[in-house]
Design a protein around this ligand. Structure first.
Ligand SMILES: [Zn+2]
Length: 250
């Protein structure tokens, strides 16, 4: 069966001398893997069309019961040169892609909102917005769209105010009050406030909010802990480390 769908390239793995395996997030299929035969040949028809983070219209050949599709034809919709030309934006796009691939498995229903979120995160990074705020806001939305939404403006247990020294319990849904869970670790009220406001505004606006020094790293740490508790596995940290090293160097 052949089908055509817009998709982003989230990972490229070399398969042979001349071929690549692409991990795609597609509008109509969700997460998909596609073999791109001859993609590394200097005169191949895929040359320059399956770059990391680029968006293309993919014609895929799909066989029932197989997890791997074959890419037949690709025409580029957006090259996203701006992501590959700016190290901080590139690292940020890598972190968001890995986060998405941790949360979204093969066989999950395709999600149009997730597809558009991916495009928006890439666009904001391409515009040169600082990667950490874009990723924090983007991950918060990704989790909500994937059925792992978090409670930040009230206690997830009793529904009351989280109080002046709120606690954090990922498995119970996020913020909890000291009355319900006195033993849970504390969370900075400023982070809850940021996440609560971020949920009510556009990602574009949320990503322009300034926090105290180190605030976004703390926020990202919180989101990671929350994600790992919900997907019940550790996330790959390589992309995150690369991004932090890059931010330290600038
Ligand atoms: Zn409570």
């Amino acid at each position: 069966m052949r089908l055509s769908t817009p998709a982003f390239v989230l990972r490229r793995v070399r398969w042979s001398e001349s071929s690549l395996i692409l991990t795609l997030y597609s509008l109509d299929l969700g997460r998909a893997s596609a073999m791109a035969r001859g993609a590394l040949r200097p005169k191949g028809s895929f040359l320059g069309r399956v770059e990391l983070f680029s968006e293309g219209e993919y014609t895929l050949s799909r066989r029932e019961g197989r997890e791997m599709d074959t890419a037949v034809e690709v025409s580029v919709v957006r090259h996203r040169e701006g992501l590959r030309g700016n190290p901080a934006a590139f690292a940020g796009a890598g972190v968001f892609s890995e986060w998405l691939l941790s949360v979204v498995s093969h066989g999950n229903e395709p999600s149009e909102p997730v597809y558009h979120l991916l495009g928006l995160v890439f666009s904001l990074l391409e515009e040169g917005l600082p990667p950490l705020p874009v990723i924090c806001g983007g991950v918060q939305r990704l989790l909500a769209l994937s059925g792992h939404g978090m409670t930040v403006d009230r206690c997830a247990v009793c529904g009351g105010s989280p109080g002046e020294s709120p606690r954090w319990n990922p498995l119970e849904g996020g913020a909890v009050c000291g009355g319900c869970r006195p033993g849970a670790p504390r969370v900075l009220p400023g982070i809850l406030e940021f996440l609560s406001r971020s949920a009510e505004t556009s990602l574009d606006r949320a990503a322009r909010v300034r926090l105290w020094p180190g605030g976004y790293r703390q926020c990202l740490g919180l989101l990671r802990e929350y994600t790992e508790a919900h997907i019940e596995k550790r996330m790959p940290v390589k992309a995150l480390r690369t991004m932090e090293d890059m931010l330290d160097a600038t």
